[in-house]
Design a protein around this ligand. Sequence first.
Ligand SMILES: C[S@@+](CC[C@H](N)C(=O)[O-])C[C@H]1O[C@@H](n2cnc3c(N)ncnc32)[C@H](O)[C@@H]1O
Length: 246
Amino acid sequence: MTGLENFDPDWLALREPVDHAARSQRLEGLLAARLADRERVRVVDLGAGSGSTLRHLAARLRELGVAAEQQWVLVDHDRALLARALATPVAAAASVTTAAVDLADRDALREVLSGADVVVGSALLDVLPGPVATGLVEVLSTLDPRPAVLFVLTVSGGATSEPAVPGVAEAFDADQRAHGLGPDATGFVADALAAHGWSVERDETPWRLAPSPLLDAWAEGWFAAAGVPVQPLSAAVVPHEDLLAQ
Ligand SMILES: C[S@@+](CC[C@H](N)C(=O)[O-])C[C@H]1O[C@@H](n2cnc3c(N)ncnc32)[C@H](O)[C@@H]1O
């Protein structure tokens, strides 16, 4: 596991409530409907970080009528983040275990996904290089039976700010493409899944940021990646997309 980025836990904590509010309730409803009659579900969270999706989705599935015992497996290359995820008990999850895995390792991925009923990933696809995303889709497609797959909060590019600052969004998106799939990620993965016979649905799930510590932190990274001096912003819309494949 070399050369992989370590994400700042403070950044993940800052974005967590906004992420939870932005997630597609329609796609969560479709997922819950699929799980309605189950007694037990194994949920594998890829790129789980410090556990944001566990904290949101376990309770959300319960609210949506999923009575199944939820067994969660949190997967990340970053052991320190996984340790943070285990620090907060989540009542709706019957069990939570972790696995330190690099998603580029197809054998390890196949093993950790074995028996999954649901595979989730949040703010993940855009940071993956194309070959890793392709490998992920190929491994998902060999699973029998196939799980439901929910990839949420993937950046889709073209952020806008108030006041508008010309050229920054384009420069930022180009920088993201240099590090991974960036804003092309949902389309890339959706096409790959469809080519393997999955039925894919997508919803736009933007952040709409008012003045807040999250807007300040996001703007700092946005301007820096574009090589532009930071300017005060009064608002921003940061496009994201959610994807459900079955
Ligand atoms: C932006 S963070 C999102 C974390 C969490 N899902 C959330 O929504 O707060 C992306 C996560 O993906 C993990 N990640 C990225 N590339 C990975 C890889 N190749 N193998 C395993 N984990 C990876 C990072 O360590 C990080 O925790």
